[in-house]
Design a protein around this ligand. Structure first.
Ligand code: HEM
Length: 511
């Protein structure tokens, strides 16, 4: 009986329910590439990924192209041509609505309240060791409560206080580079360095601990290992029992997830044992603990449970440094290719900052730096897509309803590289697009989404933007830089968009 029940459940969840959802979508006039059972369109997607990884976007600055969408996502690019900017494709037995149409997104975000958006169940389960049910993955009232709990950590007065800490941490990095350069080393692998600095900043500002501390160092190391396992291209996402096709990796992911949880429990315990008056209780961890209602570990009776605090810690540790570090890395690449922009930014730094210590007002006055960063986010968005799941039927027009349960994949890279939205120079680095328009002259406001959209937009965007400005200002004031001949331009997606082989740059001191 039990076996029969299990078989029926599998049959319904893998075949009957997805087919019903697919039929509903088709009835609404939505089509897409033909799937096959049980892999959906995965075989086609994997084939293309393999082709991508063996190709390159050019190995030196003369032939680096920013036309990355067709190489990163050749399958989406082909389906876009044959099915338009909205179509259905399948990850295993899960139908997904692909969206690269800003007008539809606008409609969706006016129709659905932020609290009523879901996150695809298929990802929530798979990514549990990394994010648990933290803010990126949670839904409904739980999401609303946790978002409210975390928001004060990002208010302007808190961010102001964080500037000094960011400057100190980034100065340590450029001091180290100065020593290296003075001793004759001109080439530096920038991605790794920036990742460590960004990690240090999030660990100190949000959790009051140092990156160098053994616990924080271990968390970053294990999060990175987890990212490699969970987001490698050969994953059988959405395939029934797909995790049993890679049993070793599934077990390893779970093991790493548990170890990270334990590390956070010890970080939380240490904070709880510190004196209640010891600052910083207003930082993110302090706010989460206040929300947990009591500071006795293991006896949370209201507010957040220990596991919920741990899940938020994991989410912020990862989300708070990876995307920001990658944005700085891509900015360094683009500036290395454009020495004229390095010069313009240096001039602005001399005018705005001079010899003084950077403060929050100066950052606001660095207009050109703001345009450069916005253009970097357009060409190389560190978060290349956003995902949603409908938790109610969404009436898009008289003819089209998106049924409850529909998974959605919003292609941010696709929209940022769409000539119909940006013009024929879409793949050129032109920060001046953002001079008089925060949307960079995009024909539709929702076509530029580096931080996502609606009420679920990135909570850390101001913190991230501030950090990018500070780190770039300190680097540009001390060095000029060019691309190393060893650099190979090969952006890839491992949840976030990164350079496959790091970013070696050659530095010249300006002092
Ligand atoms: C500056 C680089 C950053 C980029 C490009 C970025 C991008 C994004 C994107 C695209 C989303 C998804 C939004 C959506 O689904 O509509 C997101 C969500 C999120 N980000 Fe960021 N982010 C950055 C920095 C940060 C920082 C510094 C933090 C934390 C300190 C952070 C924490 C989060 C969290 C917790 C969410 C989930 C928000 C929710 O669903 O309510 N991010 N981010």
């Amino acid at each position: 009986m039990i076996l029969l029940y299990m078989c029926c459940r599998l049959f319904f969840s893998c075949w009957v329910f997805p087919m019903l959802a697919y039929r509903k979508l088709k009835k609404n006039g939505l089509h897409g590439p033909s799937p096959s059972f049980p892999f959906g369109n995965l075989s086609e997607m994997k084939k293309k990924i393999n082709i991508k990884s063996s190709s390159s976007f050019g190995s030196n600055s003369n032939i680096i192209t920013h036309d990355i969408h067709s190489t990163l996502f050749p399958y989406f690019d082909r389906w876009l041509n044959s099915h338009g900017k909205v179509f259905i494709y399948w990850l295993g037995t899960e139908p997904f609505l692909y969206i690269a149409d800003p007008a539809l997104l606008k409609k969706l975000s006016t129709e659905v309240k932020s609290k009523n958006w879901g996150k695809p169940a298929v990802f929530r389960h798979d990514r549990a060791p990394m994010f648990g049910n933290g803010l990126v993955m949670s839904e409904g009232d739980e999401w609303l409560r946790n978002r409210h709990a975390a928001t004060p950590a990002f208010k302007p007065t808190n961010l102001k206080a964080i500037v000094t800490l960011m400057v100190e941490t980034a100065t340590k990095m450029v001091d180290k580079w100065t020593t290296l350069i003075d001793s004759g080393t001109r080439e530096i692998e920038v991605e790794k360095e920036i990742k460590a600095t960004s990690g240090e900043i999030i660990a100190k500002t949000s959790f009051g601990i140092s990156y160098q501390s053994s616990r924080a160092g271990l968390v970053f190391q294990k999060l990175k290992a987890l990212q490699m396992i969970l987001f490698e291209p050969n994953h059988f996402m959405g395939v029934p029992l797909g995790r049993f096709l890679h049993p070793k990796k599934t077990l390893e992911a779970r093991r790493l997830g548990k170890q990270i949880d334990q590390l956070f429990i010890s970080i939380i315990t240490a904070r709880k044992q510190s004196s209640p008056t010891t600052p910083p209780w207003h930082d993110l961890l302090g706010l989460l603990l206040q929300e947990s209602g009591t500071r006795e570990l293991g006896s949370f009776t209201k507010g957040l449970t220990t596991q919920q605090v741990v899940d938020e810690c994991k989410t912020f540790f990862f989300g708070g440094h990876d995307t920001t570090a990658l944005a700085i890395t891509w900015a360094m690449l683009l500036l290395a290719m454009h020495p004229e922009w390095q010069n313009q930014l240096r001039k602005e730094i001399r005018e705005v900052v001079g010899d003084k210590q950077i403060d929050v007002h100066m950052l606001a006055s660095q207009k050109k730096l703001g345009w450069v960063i916005s253009e970097v986010f357009r060409l190389y968005p560190s978060a290349p897509n956003a995902q949603r799941q409908a938790r109610e039927d969404i009436q898009v027009s008289d003819k089209v309803t998106i049924p409850n349960g529909t998974n959605m994949w919003i292609d941010i890279v696709g929209m940022h590289h769409d000539p119909a939205l940006w013009g024929e120079d879409v793949n050129e680095f032109k920060p001046e697009r953002f001079k008089d328009d925060i949307h960079g002259g995009c024909k539709h406001k929702m076509g530029y989404l580096p931080f996502g959209f609606g009420g679920r937009m990135c909570i850390g965007r101001n913190l991230g933007f501030m950090e990018i400005k500070i780190v770039l200002t300190l680097i540009l004031s001390r060095f000029s830089f060019t691309i190393s001949p060893t650099y190979c331009h090969s952006p890839c997606i491992m949840l976030t968009m990164r350079p496959s082989f790091g970013l070696p740059l050659v530095f010249q001191p300006l002092y």
